[in-house]
Design a protein around this ligand. Structure first.
Ligand SMILES: [Zn+2]
Length: 301
């Protein structure tokens, strides 16, 4: 697949070295991108209109003013900010907007938004779980605004993407598929929340490659084929890895390879573009290996 990465050093400026979601993560993640020679494009800042369609304007203004006047601080007990956080978050959302433009204009077949802060916990009116703006929701809404009628989001982060599910709970043009450790943070993601276009697949603590590959080769594959989207968006959270310090899943490098292979194969068989956005992943070496696995699959498929 013709693949590009969207990245900017601004994503390193949102940082708190003692926190698991720190800038080193993205440095490790980017190493294979440079080694493999994948084209790197600069993001644009997200359009205010799109951002305020996903988030309440009063919340967006609170983020901007907090970073400008009250930094450093915390939006919630997990989610820090410094004076650069707003720039990073606006450019992370902007990468997700720009990535969809590139894909729908046919310039690339796959785009990976290598961004921080992550996004899938961010709710309409609040930051949560290391996330400020909901990057993948920005991508989905951008695709709809460009005339796409069906968007499929697959979220393999170890945590449930509560913000993403809530953003599109009543939007039948967006399918949300998530595997996540359950019960676990943030507490949402049970099967009782499923509807015609939300499919949560809770995974027990200790779930391994076998359980995940069973889900991705059956439930995921069937859901994406039945929905027949025009674009597939991926909340790529590599904290499902067995080496991750924050979670209790047992997915190996091979398991990650298997999951990403199923996603890539689905996009190829439907002939639709693929946008990844980085969510979690807190073991630096595992994150670097997962990056390498993902990009090798993309460029060789
Ligand atoms: Zn996570």
């Amino acid at each position: 697949m013709k693949t590009a990465v969207i990245y900017d050093d601004v994503y390193l400026k949102h940082d708190l070295p003692s926190h698991p979601e720190n800038a080193l993560r993205l440095k490790y993640f980017m190493e294979p991108v440079y080694e493999l020679g994948i084209p790197i494009l600069k993001p644009k800042q997200v359009s205010y209109e799109l951002l305020t369609a996903v988030h309440e304007e009063s919340y967006v203004q609170d983020v901007i003013i907090s970073c400008r006047e009250r930094a450093p601080g915390f939006f919630d007990p997990d989610t820090y900010y410094n004076s650069f956080t707003c720039d990073s978050a606006l450019m992370a959302a902007g990468a997700n907007e720009f990535g969809v433009e590139l894909l729908l204009e046919g310039k690339y077949e796959a785009v990976f938004c290598a961004v921080r802060p992550p996004g899938h916990h961010a709710e309409r009116n609040r930051a949560m779980g290391f996330c400020i703006f909901n990057n993948v929701a920005i991508s989905a809404l951008k695709a709809l605004s460009m005339g796409v009628e069906k968007v499929f989001i697959v979220d393999f982060d170890a945590h449930h993407g509560n913000g993403t599910q809530h953003a599109f709970y009543d939007e039948e043009r967006v399918f949300y598929f998530s595997t996540h450790q359950y019960p676990f943070y943030p507490g949402t993601g049970s099967v009782s929340e499923n509807n015609s276009h939300v499919l949560n697949v809770p995974m027990a603590e200790g779930s391994s490659d076998r359980e995940f590959l069973e889900v991705y080769s059956t439930l995921f594959k069937r859901a994406v084929e039945d929905f027949s989207p025009e674009i597939i968006l991926v909340s790529a959270g590599y904290d499902l890895h067995e080496d991750d310090p924050l979670t209790d899943l047992k997915v190996s490098d091979r398991g990650v390879e298997g999951i990403v292979t199923e996603i890539v194969d689905s996009a190829l068989s439907l002939g639709v573009p693929l946008l990844f956005t980085l969510e979690g992943g807190y073991n630096l070496n595992a994150l670097r290996r997962c990056s390498s696995i993902t990009f090798k699959l993309l460029i060789h498929s």
